[in-house]
Design a binder for this molecule. Structure first.
Ligand code: PAF
Length: 280
C-alpha cells in the first residue's frame, strides 16, 4: 500500500490506478472501525482499485477540544487499510489540504444549515470543502459514505450533483454492534456505563419506526423517542428529525414513501448519532 503524504503524490498514485480501471475512494478521519471497513469492502466491490484518506479535518469541528478529543491511531488505521487491500492512502498535514492563504469554501446552503447543521454551525461547510478537495485530488469514479451520517450523505450527494463532479456516491448501511449501537469512532470515548446505555438511540429509532409503520404520525413517533430516551438517565436527547429520504424535506406530520429518521443524544460529553430508514 502506498502512503501518500503530499497532494502531488496522491494525485500521481490515483492517476496511475485509474489507467488500469475504475477507482473507488473512501474518505475517513481515521479511528477506523468495522463501519469504515464496510465502506472499503463496498468500494472494492464496485471498483477495480480502492484508495482511502485519513485526515482529521479541522474545519468541521466547532471547538478545539472536540478536535483534540478525536481518536487517532494512525498505525492501526494503516494496518487495517493495508489488510483490506487498499492500494494507496492519503495522509496529509492540515497545511497541505489548506495551503497558506486558502480562502475558498464550499457551502451547500439548505442541506448544510438545517437540522444537524443548525446545531453545529460551520460543520457542513467544513465537510463540503474538504470532500471537494479530496475528490479533486483523487478524482475517483465512485466514493463510499456511510448512512449513519445521514445528513452528510445527503449533502455530499447534492454537492456532487450541483457541482457536476464526475463520480458516483455509493451509500453503505450503518454497521452495528451486537446490541444495536451504531459503530462510531466516538464510541471509544464512552465510559463503561455510558457504553451500556448507548444502544438506547437505536431502541428509540426502532420505537419510532414501529409508530410510523403502524400508521402513527411524526409527533407520535417523536413522543415515543422522547419517552425511550427519558427512561435512560445517562442519555439526553439532542435531536430527532424525520425527512423524506429523497430530497431531505423535513416531515412534520405524516408522509408516504421512504422516510429517514435521525437521532442525536448526549451521553456524558459524547454526542452520538444514529439513523434509520423506514418505508411507510
Ligand atoms: O465522515 C467523515 O469521517 C468525515 O466527515 C469526512 C467525510 C471524511 C470528511 O472529513
Amino acid at each position: 500500500m502506498q502512503i501518500c503524504r503530499s497532494v502531488q503524490e496522491m494525485r500521481t498514485a490515483c492517476r496511475a490506478l485509474r489507467r488500469d480501471g475504475t477507482l473507488g475512494f473512501v474518505p475517513t478521519m481515521g479511528g477506523l472501525h468495522a463501519g469504515h471497513m464496510a465502506l472499503v469492502v463496498r468500494a472494492a466491490e464496485v471498483s477495480e482499485a480502492v484508495v482511502a484518506s485519513v485526515f482529521v479535518n479541522p474545519t468541521q469541528f466547532e471547538s478545539g477540544a472536540d478536535l483534540a478529543a478525536y481518536p487517532s491511531d494512525t498505525d492501526a488505521d494503516l494496518a487495517a487499510l493495508e489488510a483490506a487491500g487498499v492500494a494507496a492512502v492519503f495522509l496529509p498535514q492540515a497545511t497541505d489540504v489548506y495551503p497558506e492563504g486558502a480562502e475558498t469554501i464550499v457551502e451547500v446552503t439548505r442541506l448544510g444549515t438545517m437540522l444537524h447543521g443548525a446545531v453545529r454551525p460551520g460543520h457542513f461547510k467544513g465537510v463540503a470543502t474538504v470532500v471537494t478537495k479530496l475528490f479533486n485530488i483523487a478524482q475517483p469514479d465512485v466514493a463510499c459514505f456511510g448512512k449513519k451520517d445521514y445528513q452528510q450523505l445527503a449533502l455530499i450527494r447534492r454537492m456532487v450533483r450541483d457541482l457536476h463532479f464526475g463520480l458516483r456516491i455509493e451509500a453503505v448501511e450503518t454497521v452495528r454492534e451486537a446490541d444495536g449501537l451504531a459503530m462510531s469512532s466516538r464510541n471509544a470515548r464512552l465510559s463503561a456505563v455510558e457504553r451500556a446505555a448507548a444502544p438506547v438511540l437505536n431502541q428509540a429509532l426502532r420505537d419510532a419506526a414501529e409508530v410510523l409503520r403502524s400508521g402513527g404520525d411524526v409527533p407520535t413517533a417523536e413522543a415515543a423517542v422522547r419517552a425511550r430516551i427519558a427512561a435512560e438517565p445517562l442519555a439526553t436527547l439532542a435531536g430527532f428529525d424525520v425527512v423524506e429520504a429523497g430530497d431531505f424535506t423535513p416531515v412534520a406530520t405524516r408522509a408516504g414513501g421512504v422516510l429517514g429518521m435521525m437521532i442525536s443524544a448526549q451521553l456524558g460529553d459524547v454526542l452520538l448519532l444514529d439513523q434509520m430508514e423506514v418505508s411507510v
